[in-house]
Design a protein around this ligand. Sequence first.
Ligand SMILES: *[C@@H]1O[C@H](CO)[C@@H](O)[C@H](O)[C@H]1NC(C)=O
Ligand SMILES: *[C@@H]1O[C@H](CO)[C@@H](O)[C@H](O)[C@H]1NC(C)=O
Ligand SMILES: *[C@@H]1O[C@H](CO)[C@@H](O)[C@H](O)[C@H]1NC(C)=O
Ligand SMILES: *[C@@H]1O[C@H](CO)[C@@H](O)[C@H](O)[C@H]1NC(C)=O
Ligand SMILES: *[C@@H]1O[C@H](CO)[C@@H](O)[C@H](O)[C@H]1NC(C)=O
Ligand SMILES: *[C@@H]1O[C@H](CO)[C@@H](O)[C@H](O)[C@H]1NC(C)=O
Length: 474
Amino acid sequence: MEIHRGLLFLWIATILLLQKSSNVEGRHHVTKKHKKKNASKGSPAYAPSPEGPISQSPNYSPPVPSDPNDPTNSSRNCIFDVTSYGAVGDGETDDTAAFTAAWKAACQVESGIVLAPVDHVFMITSTIFSGPCKPGLVFQVDGVLMPPNGPDCWPKSDSNKQWLVFYRLDQMTFTGTGTIEGNGKDWWELPCKPHRGPNGSTLPGPCNSPALIRFFMSSNLVVSGLRIQNSPQFHMKFDGCEGVLIDKLSISSPKLSPNTDGIHIENTKSVGIYNSVIGNGDDCISIGPGCSNVDIEAVTCGPSHGISIGSLGVHNSRACVSNITVRNAILKDSDNGLRIKTWQGGTGSVTGISFENIQMDNVRNSIIIDQYYCLSKACRNQTSAVYLSDVTYRNIKGTYDVRSPPIHFACSDSVACTNITMSEVELLPYEGVLVDDPFCWNAYGTQETLTIPPIDCLKEGMGHKLAESSLYSC
Ligand SMILES: *[C@@H]1O[C@H](CO)[C@@H](O)[C@H](O)[C@H]1NC(C)=O
Ligand SMILES: *[C@@H]1O[C@H](CO)[C@@H](O)[C@H](O)[C@H]1NC(C)=O
Ligand SMILES: *[C@@H]1O[C@H](CO)[C@@H](O)[C@H](O)[C@H]1NC(C)=O
Ligand SMILES: *[C@@H]1O[C@H](CO)[C@@H](O)[C@H](O)[C@H]1NC(C)=O
Ligand SMILES: *[C@@H]1O[C@H](CO)[C@@H](O)[C@H](O)[C@H]1NC(C)=O
Ligand SMILES: *[C@@H]1O[C@H](CO)[C@@H](O)[C@H](O)[C@H]1NC(C)=O
């Protein structure tokens, strides 16, 4: 299994590198005008609400390894300002070559800093910033950094699935007081996107759009301080990483922008996501297969589709997710709240999930487990499923959108959910009449306090624990 995964990574890595090398020659000069000439000074307009859980320290400074103005510190030589490598930063010129040159230089020294300075708007095309590099590398954006504006300006020779890619790095930091502007609007309006075709139709065909920032096969990463907005697709994606600290990010895209997930992680372990504000058109945070030891705290989501574990087990795959904690979060104006979704036919398990101190404000499907996830409504009934156990909902309060029951546990027919704990769950209608028929199917667990709305469908006892079966072990 490990060998197969290794080969898969190697293969993907090779593809990435091939894509890269075939792109170097063929870059276009993108000359489309941008009105935004001035760089943001890092005072996000989308400020966290004062009643939110964000512990905003006014003196927060990003973890830059040295003070560039400290003349006694020789590590000031470690700053590689992209303007010294020919970047213009006028919002029109293609500055890709300058960024890759600055990256190459910084990569070779310990604690090097690639600096995109304030008061500039840098435009670069799809780029893979790859390592290995010396430890302590910092990519610091204090100005604005953005991709070409929409599909028409995207160089045909570039991958349209990703923009900034950080690959094979250890101990790297992505930070700054600036903005990563995704220029996603024209991507969202492609006629292949949901209801964007003629007369509100959805045209068939491939509909690739770039993920804005992607970390791949890297470890000990810090991403902090930045404002990230208007991504064509996912804002930030981590795959095959270990040791990720995300702090004080502001991520925003409009409520109706398709597939603009905030932070997506998969095959990634030991992740902390803290003090961040996310508003977008899809999942606020999504956790895919192969994730464990994930700690999420003091995050505000909204509008969004909530915090989601899944989807898992697609095409009869094995999925393993364990030890996920979400604490002190606010979810508002959201299509889903706390969601676990799995396809029928999968194997593996989701265990040790804890949702604690969550404030809901007008959230549809506030608490939902869906083991019948299916995009086409035509999925066959299957007997295996990803096994769910040890899921805790504690101190979940606020209001729900009455279009769906606020609590919905749809567990597999053949593989029951076991050991669900409910404590201090109190949800009231945002407006309209109380929905008093929460749904449970094949779910076992306990209510430590009376749940509002009351649920009497949760079966007493532990159910039959399946953890020992090889189908569900991880
Ligand atoms: C751009 O920024 C400079 C200095 O920060 C300021 O003087 C100028 O008025 C700004 N221009 C625009 C168009 O906002
Ligand atoms: C210089 O900066 C490095 C990295 O932050 C730090 O470890 C070191 O103590 C500093 N040296 C001086 C003399 O300030
Ligand atoms: C859109 O709808 C209008 C009115 O129903 C119809 O006349 C028109 O042909 C439709 N256009 C397309 C491209 O389907
Ligand atoms: C669960 O994850 C947290 C980090 O979120 C970690 O500190 C803890 O050790 C993990 N627990 C187990 C049993 O692995
Ligand atoms: C799958 O099972 C459900 C519940 O037992 C049943 O209502 C549904 O008709 C079944 N679907 C198919 C395609 O067999
Ligand atoms: C039930 O889940 C809780 C919380 O995850 C855990 O502490 C407890 O050990 C589980 N109980 C059993 C019997 O597995």
